[in-house]
Design a protein around this ligand. Sequence first.
Ligand code: NAD
Length: 737
Amino acid sequence: MTYQNFTLDIDADGIALVTWDMPGKSMNVISIEAMAEIAAIVERVAANPAIKGAVIASAKDTFSGGADLKMLEGLLREFHVSRRADPEAAALRLFEESRKLSLIYRRLETCGKPFVAAIHGTCLGGALELSLACHGRVMADDDKTKIGLPEVKVGIFPGAGGTQRVMRLTDPQSGLMMLLQGQELKAAKAKAMGLVHVTAPRAEIVETARKLLRDGQVPAKQPWDRPDFKQPGGKIYSPAGMQFWPAANAIYRRETADNYPGARAIMMACYEGLQMPMDIALRIESRYFAHVMQTPEAACMIRSLFVSMQDLNKGARRPAGPAPSSLKRIGVIGAGFMGAGIANVSAKAGIEVVLIDRDQEAADKGLAHIARQADDAIAKGRMKPADKDALLARVTASADYGKLADVDLVVEAVFEDRAIKKAVTEAVEAVIPPGCIFASNTSTLPITSLAANSARPDQFIGIHFFSPVEKMMLVEIIMGEKTGEEALARAMDFVKLIRKTPIVVNDARGFFANRCVLAYVREGFLMLDEGISATMVERCAAMAGMPVGPLSLSDEVGLDLSWKILQATKKDLGDGAVDPAQERILSALVVERGRQGRKNAQGFYDYPAAKGAKKQLWPGLVDILGAPRPAEAFDIGELKQRFLVAQALEAARTVEEGVVTDPREADVGSILGFGFAPYTGGTLSYIDAMGARAFVALCDKLAAKYGPRFAPTALLKEMADKRETFYGRFAPTARAA
Ligand code: NAD
């Protein structure tokens, strides 16, 4: 029998080598066809007396990235259609379909012949679950090889035995951490945890696996199917278990605020499953899996964090016309906080960078930042010393604009000052070649107004990074009124090269992300003004799913900067554009008391200098705000909603104003750009999942209580009337290939 995705060769010792090599794909994935072939291979190995055992390996650069989530998306779509006619039958079918892989893997581990997985490169999700079902695992010990179960990050959890086998192989604390955080593990850690048996150089993994089988070192029965099996860490109902599980539950609550059905299911499937024999444990896992699949969180997270993100990364919004460009050399003007970061990520991607500042000393400071970051990476074992030398060699720090004569793209990151930006634009355009694209990293100045300084506004664009550049994965690309397709294509090619996720937005004050962030932070200030304690404000934001509280975020950005932005907004848009309560609090902190935030260790929080000391909310806040009212005076559910609604409403306004044109970008942009509660799938998915009607009703209620900033917009009301969704009404057109 031949297979499409696998080959099977039997050697003289009766060891079958099953090689996974999907045609026409750069990576192996678990598809419907691959599943059927794995099932057939298991039966063949089991039935053929000449086969003593089997090694499963990959012929690709990497083992496999796991299941094709689009397959799950399809299954869900079918479920939602069929449940209208017969909900019970639809639920049963979803349960049965979604546990097929789990049953195949169970058959593999109970078929009577030993299997050994030989793992190199990435081995994630359903592929790791396949390996865990094998009786032995050999893992390559190089830096590129890692295993993990990242499902929880896209709203689901490992549903093909992963929760049950991990928890039976390793101690409960390490197992739960791995599952709940979707950790990726390298060989040494995986071995220490007991998840793999042997590590070996990559070139030797298959032979090592064969030898294990040849020498009879791999029993065909898993430890948990033997009567003498003992769970690592002991049984749940044991003194050790009773110490561990209640604490684990509390930590789970603290970390997730119980917002993620996938994470909750991990806790329950492990706790319940560990008390049962394997077949029943797997059934429990499958039940939770089918349940989690039906939650809006799973649907929205898979869509935004897997499907849409992949589409955007592949260039879904890149115009097809301009030919792909390969950027070899770029210029970065301004070697400050942002410019140095932009130069760093570009050089890391192999691009030569000319880093310009006012004088050599300032330019060298930027270079020193890159060197420091590299030293940090070396200390953490993430970079080799030789790579640092090569990295620094790609960066030319200088004050000489003449060095920009042969660059393909320039990113300007000088002070946020119109006159300076104008002078820099003119100086740059005097030397760059005709085809070069000029991009500004401005955070507040409309691109169209800056493009007025350019002799070629069609080649002028915004490329807006977030800080810290090295960490933040989102980049906003801003189209000025006259920006041309070539500039957009080049900007997108650049963002792809540096492996960030781009969203394309039209020009407007604050673009997309910062507008939503400002709405979030303002809500925090207004809560303080209402007499809600700072602790409660921060905690409610965390419970709503925001990774950083509004007061912490203000401290990070700089309270002085927030004050400046407020003043600039007043100057440009009038007194009514800022909230007096927010202005009063900022003035009391910044102007009267010089508290600038993290940068001078004094903001909403105090930042003690002692190493390892934690920040503490500043006790003097009561002098500015008065004593907070008691916690019982507030509805915590409503406080949480206010944080999310304020941001989602601002996102809806950006769509209404034509700033954002594709719902995928608002969703992905809101999660990557400012951490909008990821379990919602993003700002617009939050509205869609609730339904425009319910959202408008919620806005009306909040507006009546807290003011017109919550008033629903005309578009939302129309969508509510017509029962439309953002994804329905603004259906993404250009799907990436
Ligand atoms: P910064 O003050 O750290 O750096 C600015 C750099 O520009 C300094 O090194 C300065 O010497 C240099 N510079 C000033 N005038 C110059 C000139 N005429 N020629 C060459 N270099 C000159 O500021 P930053 O925080 O890196 O911000 C830079 C830009 O990035 C601003 O437009 C800002 O709005 C934008 N931005 C900042 C952030 C942020 O979080 N800081 C985020 C996104 C965008």
